[in-house]
Design a protein around this ligand. Structure first.
Ligand SMILES: CCCCCCCC/C=C\CCCCCCCC(=O)N[C@@H](COP(=O)(O)O)[C@H](O)/C=C/CCCCCCCCCCCCC
Length: 172
């Protein structure tokens, strides 16, 4: 993200902030409860540490923070799948925007959607983007994506199912 330029910094700051919240939970006195997704959900729900209706006493619960990252993972899955099947003349900005509109956008306010869509227009073309990924030739990038995407999908599915079981998919 950093190598894509400062226009992406408002996006990466939010990601870093949310990851930091999760790290702080893991390093806290109840860190052992944050070793797995399942133990985190159980611990926070059993101890009323999640704001279920509106943001109030627990704006940084692990459950709501991870939900934002989980939704972002869906964007990543869609974007990488588009990259995997792209051709030389495919545009990264279009692939990224389409993936965003089909995932994260529905959860974002108008102003965030506009800012994100503008940032996507500044993405480098496909060839330069692949170089930024620093994986090697186009064939090597595609091979890496073929290997990586199923793991991303699996993590997404497990989280989605767990959150569905506990009615956590719309946390404020
Ligand atoms: C093989 C590598 C290929 C590409 C690698 C890209 C790696 C991307 C890593 C992180 C992506 C950005 C994470 C953004 C997290 C957004 C979480 C979120 O939804 N936050 C919003 C809601 O939070 P709360 O207010 O409820 O706490 C928040 O309002 C959003 C703020 C920032 C805007 C987010 C725009 C998201 C765009 C997603 C993708 C952009 C990446 C483009 C680069 C390829």
């Amino acid at each position: 993200m950093n190598s894509l330029g400062s226009i992406f910094s408002f996006i990466s700051k939010d990601a870093v902030n949310k990851i930091q919240i999760m790290v702080t939970h893991q390093n806290g006195e109840n860190g052992d409860k944050y070793e797995t997704l399942q133990s985190m959900v159980k611990y926070e729900l059993d101890n009323n540490l999640v704001d279920l209706q509106r943001r109030a006493e627990h704006p940084e619960s692990g459950c709501r923070t991870l939900l934002r990252l989980h939704r972002t993972l869906r964007w990543l899955e869609l974007f990488l799948e588009k990259l995997r099947t792209s051709t030389e003349d495919s545009k990264t900005s279009v692939m990224c925007t389409d993936a965003y509109n089909d995932s994260l956008a529905q959860y974002h306010a108008w102003i965030i959607r506009k800012a994100a869509t503008m940032a996507f227009c500044a993405l480098p073309g496909r060839a330069a983007f692949f170089q930024t990924m620093n994986v090697g030739s186009t064939e090597q990038v595609v091979a890496m994506l073929v290997e990586a995407i199923p793991f991303i999908s699996k993590v997404y599915e497990i989280t989605e199912e767990l959150y569905k079981q506990h009615n956590l998919l719309e946390l404020p």
